[in-house]
Design a protein around this ligand. Structure first.
Ligand SMILES: Nc1nc2c(c(=O)[nH]1)N[C@H]1C(S)=C(S)[C@@H](COP(=O)(O)O)O[C@H]1N2
Ligand SMILES: [Mo]
Length: 301
């Protein structure tokens, strides 16, 4: 397995050098622009983002595989075995296969990204993730021309994921991105938090982080990544298509059918909970808005 992975590890094989450099330059430029290396991609946050505490981030979660309450994941996710762990990459790729998570981590450049995180339920946090760009993984996998979407799947293991014994969602949890969204330099595959391995409740050992979209797009504990030419089904859209669309870009101007999305409750702060205005694309408008040129953002929810 290690050899197979290592053998595929030349970016030059699968992507024009120019495209690769451009993406790196973009990130480097962005970080320099904020005057704070490592704090990538916060166009409206010229100020440094102040991360939430480890406690906030690991004790207040959504992970229905372990229950629907906010403290259920922290209480129940310890039962999950995260080693060994393989991620299958299949569909329209040149190098399909089952890859060991340790080989993936060894092959990728792990960096810190401090991102805003906005749940569709109108709460938010700031999270110091560790991870690598999904684009880097896709480059190694070798995306075939004609692929238009990336589909993701979470582990299905009801013996360890107690919430999967109930039909709170149709298991396994699935999500998807358009290929350009997946290739965007902001799109992260997280493997850690605060420089430590991801706690199980946050989606160990590998989860997606798409900071300009509502939190449910950021699928946890991924075991399968599929390149496809069709828009893939997504769990919350299957559960309630009227309330949860495929795109689910953060947009303060488009209300959820049952609540406003104009502002958000900032997790943490004890008694002195803050409500702040929600930003278009969660503050990442400059980096991502052009992907949706010509799209009616009120209709394509
Ligand atoms: N597999 C899976 N992924 C998931 C979820 C889930 O229930 N199952 N919940 C989503 C939702 S609604 C949110 S807000 C985020 C929460 O991530 P956090 O607990 O790390 O803050 O995970 C997302 N990813
Ligand atoms: Mo969420």
């Amino acid at each position: 397995m290690a050899n197979r992975w290592t053998n595929t590890l030349t970016h030059n094989d699968v992507t024009p050098q120019g495209a690769f450099l451009n993406r790196r330059q973009l990130i480097a430029g962005a970080a320099a622009g904020f005057g704070l290396a490592g704090v990538a991609g916060a166009s409206q946050a010229q100020e440094a983002l102040e991360p939430n505490s480890w406690e906030d981030i690991t004790q207040y979660n959504n992970f229905y595989e372990f229950g629907t309450g906010k403290t259920d994941p922290a209480a129940n996710a310890g039962a999950l075995t995260t080693s060994p762990w393989t991620v299958e990459i299949d569909g329209m790729v040149k190098n399909p296969g089952k890859y060991d998570i340790d080989d993936i981590k060894a092959a990728m450049t792990i960096e810190e990204r401090i991102y805003r995180f906005r749940c569709v339920e109108a709460w938010s946090m700031v999270v110091p993730w560790n991870g690598f760009e999904l684009a880097d993984l896709l480059e190694v996998a070798g995306v075939q021309s004609g692929a238009k979407y990336v589909a993701f799947e979470t582990l299905y293991r009801p013996e360890e994921m107690s919430g999967q014994r109930f039909r709170s969602l149709d298991w396994p949890y699935v999500e998807g991105l358009r290929l350009d969204e997946a290739m965007n330099p902001l799109t992260l595959m997280a493997t850690g938090l605060y420089g430590k391995d991801l706690p199980n409740q946050n989606g160990a050992p590998l989860r997606l982080v798409v900071p300009w979209k509502y939190g449910f797009k950021s699928i946890k504990s991924i075991v399968k990544i599929t390149l496809t030419d069709k828009e893939p089904p997504t769990s919350w859209n299957k559960a309630n298509a009227r309330e949860y669309g495929f795109y689910s870009n953060v947009n303060p101007e488009v209300s959820h059918p049952r609540w406003s999305q104009a502002s958000e409750r900032v997790i943490g702060g004890g008694l002195f909970t803050k409500r702040v205005p929600t930003l278009m694309f969660n503050g990442y408008e400059e980096e991502v808005a052009s992907m949706y040129d010509g799209m009616d953002l009120r209709k394509s929810i």
